[in-house]
Design a protein. Structure first.
Length: 241
């Protein structure tokens, strides 16, 4: 597959009070790049739904080198390939007008059956899926939780209806939004995330009770998002020094 290359001008509603792109907005860029590229290769939403399947992101590793400014024109590049018998790896990279890297993401996706909600091995649908066997990783080192944390806090609320996407569940970027919105100021190690890793464990729906446990050690925070006794997602953040 050829790389996807698209340009985008950063809008005001994608930025925070500092006039720079919010980190959860970069996650949304990645989702949109994934669908655009997949659709151009006949593997997007329309194709998957017609086959009783849907693409679901299970892990994302993100690095923010410089947050682009409001009205700045950026270039977004992406491609995909098989990471395993069940997972496809996708990279997404954003660059400025001079070609400098602004942000990067390595993402893992699976195809799940709409009815069973179970992953489908690629070998079972080889006649319908043509994914290259390899995709280069942009972020090689794995971000891991600290062995211990010096501060903790807990937040509880109900998953809001506004965060539901057209797949019917909570949108992936909402988990990061929830974490950043509810993390106490006293536990913030820096102004903004420099890197974060999100592991998606199980779908969440509007009306579900949510409990987020925040932990901090130095410039890292660790967050678990649960509904009842079930872990829905976990996020590790390294903050700007």
């Amino acid at each position: 597959m050829q790389d996807l290359n698209i340009t985008h001008t950063v809008t005001s509603y994608e930025c925070g009070a500092d006039h720079r792109l919010k980190p959860d907005m970069f996650m949304q860029y990645c989702q949109e790049a994934a669908e655009t590229h997949a659709s151009r290769n006949n593997l997007g939403y329309d194709w998957s739904m017609s086959n009783g399947l849907i693409w679901v992101e299970v892990q994302g590793d993100f690095r923010i080198i410089r947050s682009p400014r409001w009205k700045e024109e950026i270039c977004i590049r992406s491609n995909t390939g098989k990471a395993s018998a069940l997972q496809a790896r996708r990279f997404v990279e954003a660059r400025d007008a001079e070609g400098n890297i602004l942000a990067q993401a390595d993402l893992l996706w699976v195809l799940i059956d709409i009815n069973s909600r179970r992953p489908i091995p690629f070998k079972r649908i080889l006649d319908r899926v043509n994914i290259p066997d390899a995709c280069p990783a942009l972020i090689e080192d794995e971000l891991k939780p600290s062995p211990e944390y010096s501060a903790t806090a807990t937040t509880e609320f109900t998953a809001p209806r506004r965060d539901i996407d057209f797949n019917g569940h909570i949108n992936n970027s909402a988990y990061l939004t929830w974490v950043l919105d509810t993390l106490p100021d006293s536990m913030r190690p820096g102004a903004a995330p420099a890197r974060f890793r999100v592991n998606f464990k199980r779908e969440t729906f509007a009306g579900h009770p949510i409990r987020i446990e925040h932990k901090r050690n130095g410039h890292q925070t660790y967050h678990t998002i649960c509904s009842g006794s079930e872990l829905r997602a976990e996020i590790i953040i390294e903050w700007q020094a």
